[in-house]
Write a protein that binds this ligand. Structure first.
Ligand code: PNS
Length: 188
């Protein structure tokens, strides 16, 4: 019987419970699933690729058929390299569809033998995105239940470091704008 290997590519900055939900669903229909983190030098990520890899490895350690890897260049080239036959992507709402369809069709044009499979995460994650998690965490809101505990802890650590940096900038007489931190200190 043919074994089907799929990749689940993305930025995962940071990985959320929505990602984890999709990984769990994917692990049930594919024989093997590789969570593939894009190494994109043009983006200015909050977490390094190494941090994201560690978080995803910890999050997926309970799945026998899931592994974590990193890649750069075209997703289809990476898929071919690891002999995957499908690309898994999540669709949360209709608003995701247009972009995802565009990517899926472009990937099909580039590599006709590779299929994109869309899956829907649980409804409770339909509004969840890494970007919103970053923003809420940075502005002092609660991200409980939106990300695994480990990711929440890592976010808190980053925020603490950034706040200390902002405090040092302020005591050195610099305005917040002069500091290059990604975090604004929450007003109390
Ligand atoms: O989690 P994201 O940021 O929505 O993931 C987007 C990702 C990484 C899947 C997409 O940007 C991608 O595939 N990038 C790799 C470069 C590539 O293949 N570009 C052509 C896509 S049609």
């Amino acid at each position: 019987m043919k074994r089907i290997k799929a990749i689940y590519p993305g930025s995962f900055d940071p990985p959320t419970n929505g990602h984890l939900d999709l990984i769990e669903r994917g692990s049930k229909i594919f024989d093997e699933l590789v969570v593939a983190i894009l190494r994109n030098p043009e983006k200015d990520p909050l977490f390094s690729v190494a941090d994201r890899r560690k978080m995803l490895e910890a999050m997926t350690s309970g799945f026998d058929n899931v592994s974590v890897d990193t890649f750069d260049g075209l997703t289809v080239d990476y898929a071919l390299r690891v002999e995957a036959r499908a690309i898994l992507r999540g669709i949360r709402a209709i608003s995701d569809y247009e972009y995802e369809l565009q990517m899926a069709l472009m990937n099909r044009k580039l590599q006709p033998g590779l299929e994109t499979v869309f899956m829907m995460p649980a409804e409770k994650y339909s509004y969840l995105s890494s970007r919103l998690v970053r923003e809420v965490a940075q502005l002092g809101g609660s991200i409980e239940c939106l990300v695994p505990d480990l990711v929440e802890q890592k976010l808190r650590e980053k925020i603490d470091v950034a706040h200390k940096f902002a405090d040092r900038q302020q005591s050195a007489g610099k305005t917040p704008a002069e500091g290059k931190g990604k975090f604004r200190k929450k007003k109390l």
